[in-house]
Design a protein around this ligand. Structure first.
Ligand SMILES: C[S@@+](CC[C@H](N)C(=O)[O-])C[C@H]1O[C@@H](n2cnc3c(N)ncnc32)[C@H](O)[C@@H]1O
Length: 540
């Protein structure tokens, strides 16, 4: 491959008057660059070239001018310089002579700049030459990217190819044409892939089943890497759990060893300039590597000033018996209280218990929902009806209503009246707990044959019927422990609590849950401390 600077669409390199952003004047050369390339040795010399800060000022100037619609259509959330530098620092030292770097969805090139800057100061990379392949579909950003790469090429043995093509289409075709990259550094676009879209079909053809552009980019990049190739990517944490990302987790863990995971503790801070509210992780994967311990680090924000790093055995990240392959991010060296309890090792299927998302989707059954209970109706339960272990029903001010007509259209969405444990599916960001469990008691609804559970609740049941009273309370008490909440946060970065997450979490056996429930029923009040203490006592 010839790594002289080229582009698949040279015409698009020219700055044209139809640019949709307010652009800074960037000639690619006007900034101060210390010459870093020694002609004689072919290696970077004393005065290193460092262009990341320049790319960062371009990012800050360009990003606010991009129309929001355009930004979310293309997933354009650019990496701030400290994060880019940190990502580049995660690559292990390399004695390779030739590096082939992929930057897919390269934006203005922050990540490539961070990588090349590291090489320029000879920080662990012995490459004689670096070939960059960058993909960027936005012609405006691509202009800046090409300028930045040209600046490097003037001073370092860097060859670059900037592709204007869609990376998914290009990579899916290339995947039949051999492995090419030794390194990849990615902040891919984040956007759902519709099930019938062209992207979905192309991906399926190369064996990648996934639901978002970011996971597609990572999977494709991996498929193009040489054995031992190193990939560092910053992506939303949503792939760590949930059924939709299971094929992606399997794809990645099958092809690569997970070497490093970094978590930003604050969901607002990693991309604060862009108002990104996702929790993000950075991961380093080694293509074809043998899985060993994983370096886990975390920091509050993108300044990385309070960076904490620890080594974790892989079985703390992905539990050996977890068929869902959830990826946990332990934030401390010590084991979570739940992990220390040997008795807590059963999934709901192991316990022959079911969990469902509340089957009543209120907007679909709107004509059957009543504000107040009346003749021919049964109770309809929303999260707003629960507070701690108490249920207030009927309740004024509940969004759509307190009751649902019992008839042939609704019956199939209803459960027989009984004891159930419910967990709300959404918590607000401000709420201290993610997992909030309550108990439904049949005597709250005397005479009601059936109950409706609205879609914002998760319902624990036994074959779509109620539980015993003690089991319902035992489950709720267990779910309300600090240990469960802490454990849950290790694999779930958003405020949503999915039925799948609860289904495959680990619980004590039935007897212990029933004993916990019986204990709870004998207490006049239940505090967090009591709940935590008793659960620990019964499960160790
Ligand atoms: C999240 S931004 C990151 C930009 C850059 N990597 C950074 O870290 O600042 C993702 C970039 O991917 C580009 N992009 C979106 N879809 C793409 C596609 N299908 N192929 C190539 N690039 C794409 C967007 O225009 C955007 O610049």
């Amino acid at each position: 491959m010839d790594f002289e600077k080229s582009s698949t669409s040279p015409s698009e390199q020219t700055v044209n008057s139809s640019r949709c952003v307010d652009q800074p004047e960037y000639d690619g050369r006007s900034h101060t660059i210390a010459l870093g390339f020694s002609e004689s040795s072919g290696k970077p010399a004393q005065m290193p070239i460092q262009l990341l800060d320049h790319a960062d000022s371009v990012r800050r100037a360009v990003a606010p001018g991009i129309a929001l619609k355009h930004k979310s259509a293309l997933g354009q959330f650019m990496t701030p310089a400290p994060v880019a530098r940190f990502m580049a620092s995660l690559f292990p030292p390399s004695s390779l002579q030739r590096c082939t770097l992929l930057d897919a969805g390269a934006g203005v090139g922050a990540l490539t700049c961070a990588f090349l800057d590291r090489w320029a100061i000879r920080d662990g990379f012995s490459f004689d030459r670096v070939g960059v392949e960058a993909y960027e579909i936005d012609p405006i950003l691509r202009g800046y990217l090409e300028d930045a790469l040209a600046s490097y090429a003037e001073r370092l043995p860097v060859g670059s190819q900037v592709f204007s093509e869609d990376f998914i289409e290009a990579a899916a075709l290339q995947s039949f044409a051999g492995l090419r990259y030794t390194h990849a550094i990615l902040n891919p676009p984040y956007k759902k892939i519709n099930s019938l879209s062209q992207h979905r079909l192309i991906l399926r053809q190369v064996g990648i089943e996934t639901v978002n552009l970011y996971s597609a980019f990572v999977a494709l990049a991996l498929s193009l890497m040489k054995p031992g190739g190193q990939l560092v990517a910053i992506i939303p944490r949503s792939f760590c759990n949930g059924p939709y990302y299971r094929p992606f987790r399997e794809y990645v863990l099958h092809r690569a060893a997970l070497r490093h995971l970094h978590l930003f503790d604050s969901r607002t801070k990693a991309f604060k300039d862009d108002d990104v509210l996702q929790e993000n992780v950075i991961m380093r994967l080694e293509c074809g590597g043998v899985q060993g311990t994983v370096t886990v680090s975390n920091s509050t924000d993108d300044s990385l000033s309070d960076l904490v790093t620890h080594e974790q055995p892989f079985d703390r990240i992905v539990f050996p018996d977890d068929s869902e392959k959830f990826i946990h991010v332990p934030t401390s060296l010590g084991r979570n209280a739940l992990e220390l309890c040997e008795g807590v090792r059963f999934t709901l299927p192991d316990l022959a218990l079911g969990i469902s998302t509340g089957p009543v989707v209120d907007f679909r059954l709107r004509e059957h929902i009543q504000e107040q209970p009346g003749k021919g109706t049964v109770p309809l339960l929303y999260p707003g009806h629960f507070s701690g272990y108490t249920t207030q029903w009927p309740k004024d001010g509940i969004k759509r209503g307190n009751a649902i007509n019992l008839n042939s259209d609704t019956r199939k969405w209803l459960y027989p009246n009984g004891f159930y444990t419910v967990v709300r599916r959404f918590s607000s960001k401000e709420e201290t707990r993610r997992v909030v469990a309550s108990v439904v008691r049949p005597d709250t609804f005397p005479g009601a044959p059936m109950l409706g559970f609205e879609n914002h609740l998760n319902v624990f049941h036994e074959d779509k019927h109620g539980l015993s009273e003690a089991l319902a309370y035992g489950l709720a008490v267990f779910l309300n422990t600090a240990a469960v909440d802490d454990n849950f946060r290790r694999f779930n970065g958003h405020t949503q609590v999915n039925a799948t997450d609860l289904r495959f979490m680990k619980y004590p056996d039935r007897e212990t849950l029933i004993a916990l429930g019986a204990w709870a029923r004998s207490q006049a009040t239940l505090t967090q401390a009591m709940t935590d203490y008793q659960t620990k006592k019964l499960t160790k």
